[in-house]
Design a protein around this ligand. Structure first.
Ligand code: UN1
Length: 491
C-alpha cells in the first residue's frame, strides 16, 4: 500500500508518522462503517451524547502538555500556541456539551386550538469533514463535537500535514466513549477529500481551507445531489489604526496578530491601514520588535516564531514579497526565507516581514499570504480606510484601534467581516461566539457559538393536533366563542 510521511516542519528529516495514502474505496468503507454506528448513536439521548463530549474534553485537558508537543512537532507551532490549539478543543467540548442540556428548538403558538407546534434538530447521518493543518486539534473539534452532539457519524480527512494530531484527537474521543466506528479517519491527499465530497452516503460536507479548494469541494458535492456544504475559507484581515490609538497596544497587537503562528492563521493580521500622522513611528516600532523575534525550534519555549509548514509555502510567500517589491513596496524588516536556523536542519523559516508603501491594488494587499507578512498602507480618511478594509474578496476578521468610542463603533458598523475587534488584533476568537466570515470567506455558515450546530443537523418542524377533529390551517380559525369556522367569516 502507498504511504506518506508526516514530518516535523522545523526539521523535515524527522518523521512524525507514516500513513496510508487512501482513496475512494477507503472512503466507501469508512462511510459504510460510520453509517452503521450512526444508526445506534442517533438513539442515544442527547444529554448522554453530551456526557461523552464532556469526557473527551477532560481527556484532552489531561493530556494537554503532550498533545501540545505533538502539535508543535507535527505542525511547527510554538509550544504556547500549540497549547492554545488544544485548549480551544477543550473549550469547544465544554461549550458543546452544555448545549446538550439546553434548548433544542422553539415552540410557537398554533393559529388553531388544541394544537402544538415546535421545532427540533435531527441528525443528518454521516458528515464528511476536510480539515487543515494550522489548527490540527481545534478545527477537528469545532466540527466533530457539534456533529456528535447532533447524532451524526463522521468521516474525517485531515490535512496530510497533520494526520497524527487528528489521530490523537479521534483517540481521545474513543477513549471518552464514542461508539466504535462512529468517527472514521481517512488519510491522504486530494483523492479521499474529493471522494468524500461526492459520496452519496455523506449527508453534509464541512470544509476549512483555501478558496480554490473550497470551491472545488462545493461544486463536486453538488454533482451527486443537493447537499449541505459549509465552507470556512481564507482571510485578508486588516488592522485600522487611527491617530488617537494607544500605540503601545497597537504594537503588541500587530506583532501577535501578524506574526503569531508564523502568520498561518486564516485570521492573521495581514494589512495595517494606518493614519499618516502615526505611521512613521508605528512602522519603526513594529519593525524593530519584529526584527527581535527569535526564529527557532517551535518546541523550544524561548522561540517566538516557528517555521512555515514547508518549503513550497516559504517559496510562495517569498514570491508574494518579491511581487510587492516589484510593484513598489519597500521592505521595512524581514523579507527572506531562512533554512539554516539553529538546530533545525532543512526547515523553512520566513522572517517576520513588514512592507511599507503598499497600495490597496497591489497583490500583497489583496491576496491571502498565509505567512508572517504585514502590508502597511497609509490612509488618513476613516471612510477611505474602511473602504480599503472592505475592498478585498474576503471578510473574515478585522479590527480598529482608536480611543474614541464614536470612531470605533462607526467602524464596527461599516466593516464587512464576520468578526470585528476593537483595540485587539484580528486573531483570538473565543468558542462560545460564532466564527466565520462574509463574502468569499465562507458560504454563510458559522462555526462555534450557539448556532454552530446548524451545519451538522437538520431542522424538523413538528405539529401535534389533539383536538380530535380535522383542523385546516389558513382555512379554519377559532372564533370569539371558540367554535371553529372558516377564516374571515362570522361564526
Ligand atoms: C484559523 O486560522 O483557521 O481566532 C482559525 C483565532 C483562532 C482560530 C483561527 N481562535 O485566531
Amino acid at each position: 500500500m502507498a504511504t506518506f510521511d508526516s514530518v516535523n516542519p522545523a526539521r523535515p528529516s524527522e518523521v512524525i508518522g507514516t500513513y496510508p495514502t487512501q482513496g475512494a474505496a477507503d472512503v466507501d468503507r469508512a462511510v459504510e462503517a460510520a453509517a452503521a454506528a450512526q444508526r445506534r448513536w442517533a438513539r442515544v439521548p442527547i444529554p448522554a451524547r453530551a456526557g461523552v463530549i464532556t469526557r473527551a474534553g477532560e481527556i484532552l485537558l489531561a493530556h494537554k502538555a503532550e498533545l501540545a508537543e505533538l502539535v508543535s512537532r507535527e505542525c511547527g507551532k510554538i509550544l504556547l500556541e500549540a497549547g492554545g490549539d488544544v485548549q480551544e478543543a477543550v473549550d469547544m467540548a465544554n461549550f458543546v456539551a452544555g448545549q446538550g442540556r439546553g434548548a433544542w428548538g422553539e415552540t410557537v403558538p398554533s393559529e388553531l386550538g388544541s394544537k402544538l407546534c415546535w421545532t427540533t434538530r435531527a441528525p443528518i447521518g454521516v458528515i464528511g469533514m476536510i480539515t487543515p493543518w494550522n489548527f490540527p486539534v481545534a478545527i477537528p473539534s469545532w466540527k466533530c463535537f457539534p456533529a456528535l452532539l447532533a447524532g451524526n457519524g463522521i468521516v474525517l480527512k485531515p490535512s496530510e500535514h497533520a494526520p497524527t494530531c487528528a489521530a490523537a484527537f479521534v483517540a481521545a474521543c474513543y477513549e471518552a466513549g464514542v461508539p466504535e466506528g462512529l468517527i472514521q479517519l481517512v488519510h491522504g491527499y486530494a483523492e479521499p477529500a474529493a471522494a468524500i465530497a461526492v459520496h452519496p452516503g455523506v449527508g453534509a460536507v464541512s470544509f476549512t481551507g483555501s478558496v480554490p479548494t473550497g470551491r472545488k469541494v462545493a461544486a463536486a458535492a453538488m454533482e451527486t445531489g443537493p447537499r449541505l456544504v459549509s465552507l470556512e475559507l481564507g482571510g485578508k484581515n486588516a488592522m485600522v489604526v487611527r491617530p488617537d490609538a494607544d500605540l503601545d497596544l497597537v504594537v503588541d497587537g500587530a506583532i501577535f496578530g501578524a506574526f503569531g503562528t508564523s502568520g498561518q492563521r486564516c485570521t492573521s493580521t495581514s494589512r495595517l491601514i494606518v493614519h499618516p500622522d502615526v505611521a512613521g513611528e508605528l512602522v519603526e516600532r513594529i519593525a524593530k520588535r519584529a526584527g527581535e523575534l527569535r526564529l527557532g525550534d517551535p518546541i523550544d519555549p524561548s522561540t517566538d516564531v516557528g517555521p512555515v509548514i514547508n518549503r513550497a509555502s516559504a517559496d510562495r510567500i517569498a514570491g508574494m514579497v518579491a511581487d510587492a517589491i516589484a510593484e513598489g513596496a519597500t521592505v521595512a524588516c524581514g523579507g527572506n526565507v531562512r533554512h539554516a536556523v539553529f538546530g533545525c536542519d532543512g526547515g523553512s523559516f520566513f522572517e517576520p516581514t513588514v512592507l511599507t508603501g503598499v497600495d490597496p491594488h497591489h497583490r500583497v494587499a489583496r491576496e491571502e499570504v498565509f505567512g508572517p507578512v504585514l502590508a502597511v498602507m497609509e490612509i488618513a480618511d476613516l471612510d477611505e480606510a474602511l473602504d480599503v478594509v472592505n475592498s478585498v474578496e474576503y471578510g473574515l476578521s478585522s479590527c480598529i484601534y482608536s480611543r474614541d468610542i464614536n470612531t470605533a463603533l462607526y467602524a464596527v458598523d461599516r466593516i464587512d467581516a464576520g468578526i470585528v475587534y476593537v483595540n485587539a488584533p484580528t486573531i483570538g476568537a473565543e468558542i462560545p461566539l460564532p466564527f466565520g466570515g462574509t463574502k468569499h470567506t465562507g458560504n454563510g455558515f458559522r462555526e462555534a457559538g450557539a448556532r454552530g450546530i446548524e451545519q451538522f443537523s437538520q431542522l424538523k418542524t413538528v405539529y401535534i393536533d389533539y383536538s380530535g377533529r380535522l383542523q385546516r390551517a389558513q382555512i379554519d380559525t377559532p372564533g370569539p366563542g371558540l367554535g371553529v369556522s372558516p377564516k374571515g367569516q362570522a361564526e
